[in-house]
Design a protein around this ligand. Structure first.
Ligand code: ADP
Ligand code: ASP
Ligand code: MG
Length: 403
């Protein structure tokens, strides 16, 4: 078999843990498999490097941020390769460039456009374990790019797709996908399987155990994706097609996103095209808007509220302020003390009362819901940040996910 194994930050968090990864990798090699390993930077390293940049500038050039951050993954890939060599195994480390990963030009959140698998294929054919630095590629100009936070998951899935690997294993510090973050709710249950669509929702709504774009790509390329622990031999969770899962629960998981902020616009001129102007400008600047609420107008004015990721708040605020300066809106205020809790499940499609139960659960805990959005398979609510964990735990028990 050809297996892609990805090891996250905690799994390569220090020199001993990198040795532990080497020991795991050689087990697969000894079993006769071809192995491509994708590694993250040591845990904390990416944030540390970002902090260094911020020492000089609040908004460093994004191309420079990419040069800086991509170094973290190069360190671990070389160290793992050295450890494997020392154990008597042939191994080659590769940067994103060497591994043929070409992305678009949007620095710090680049999209993979294409992978030339030849260098990896050749190294594998020569009997090497290939160790790829995750989270990075190069654009058409040859500049280094990175794939967004958590992007090593995406590197692994994309490489598995390009090499037509039999299996892509994501090794992390939990032994699978749980009904909610087990660090918030210790009663959370591990799932044996979860559908791509549900996993995509959970990941997009804050469950950082897998980067959302990696799940999207796994679905598109039909990659056999398994999440497992690098610290135990426990069976992991298989992320697979919906039809491979016999029993679909109505609700399969609860996600929490703390990285959200709300922008409230009041006294917005009520004219056709105003929403398109404001949100068009935000989109042009690559800002991810999530929930939007517009309240009924009066006196030719309306109010609009929307959410953005916290790290895009300043840029978003600058843009809406230009509308304020043009007298198209009266005021723009921000609220960072919010979070978003979401309930996800494909079974919702065919069940009623799922949303009502979520609202009743919030009411019982006296938690005020500020915004709501729903789709076929999810319900999201924006609430005060201080109620985040309480909300997750009470929803988890209301939908009997602990049973
Ligand atoms: P890595 O560094 O290996 O990429 P991450 O920190 O990105 O690991 O992701 C693993 C973490 O995801 C876990 O430690 C856990 O706290 C968190 N997590 C959030 N939601 C879930 C969930 N539903 N199931 C499992 N883990 C979850
Ligand atoms: N090191 C990067 C991050 O911390 C990428 C990753 O770990 O997947 O976001
Ligand atoms: Mg991660």
């Amino acid at each position: 078999m050809l297996i892609v194994q990805k090891y996250g930050g905690t799994s390569v968090g220090d020199l001993e843990r990198i040795q532990n990864v080497a020991n795991r990798v050689v087990k697969s090699a000894d079993a006769g498999h071809q192995v491509v390993v994708v590694v993250s930077a040591m845990s904390g390293e990416t944030n540390k490097l970002l902090g260094y940049a911020e020492h000089y500038s609040k908004e460093p050039a994004r191309a420079e941020v990419d040069m800086l951050l991509s170094s973290g993954e190069r360190v671990t890939s070389a160290l793992l390769s050295i450890a494997l060599n020392e154990m008597g195994y042939k191994a080659r480390s590769m940067s994103g460039r060497r591994a043929g990963i070409v992305t678009d030009a949007s620095h710090t959140k680049a999209r993979i456009e294409n992978i030339d698998p030849e260098p990896m294929r050749k190294a594998l054919a020569a009997g090497n374990i290939v160790v790829v630095a995750g989270f990075q590629g190069v654009n058409e100009e040859g500049e280094v790019t990175t794939l967004g936070r958590g992007g090593s998951d995406l590197s692994a899935v994309a490489i598995a797709g390009a090499l037509e690997a039999d299996l892509c294993e994501i090794y992390t510090d939990v032994d699978g996908i749980y009904t909610t973050d087990p660090r918030i709710e210790p009663k959370a249950k591990k799932m044996e399987k979860i559908s791509y669509d549900e996993m995509l929702e959970l990941a997009s709504l804050g469950a950082k155990v897998l980067q959302n774009r990696s799940v999207e790509m796994a679905k598109k390329l039909n990659v056999n994706l398994v999440t497992r622990s690098s610290f135990s031999d426990a069976e992991g969770t298989l992320i697979t097609k919906e039809e491979n899962i016999m029993e679909q629960p109505v609700v399969s998981g609860i996600a929490l996103d703390r990285n959200q902020a709300r922008i409230s616009l009041s006294g917005v001129i009520d004219r056709p095209g105003i929403a398109s102007d404001i949100f068009g400008k935000l989109a042009e600047n690559n800002i991810n808007i999530d929930m939007i609420i517009q309240t009924l107008g009066h006196d030719g004015k309306t109010d609009m509220d929307f959410t953005v990721p916290q790290n895009e708040l300043n840029a978003a605020k600058r843009i809406v302020d230009t509308f304020k300066n043009d007298n198209e809106i009266e005021d723009a205020s921000v609220d960072e003390d919010i979070c978003k809790v979401s309930i996800v499940g494909v079974g919702m499609k065919s069940h009623t009362g799922v949303a009502a139960k979520a609202f009743a659960t919030m009411a019982k805990e006296n938690i005020n819901i500020m915004m709501i959005s729903t789709s076929e398979i999810k319900i999201s609510m924006v609430i005060e940040e201080k109620y985040a964990e309480l909300a997750v735990r009470s929803l988890h028990s209301a939908y009997k996910l602990d049973q």
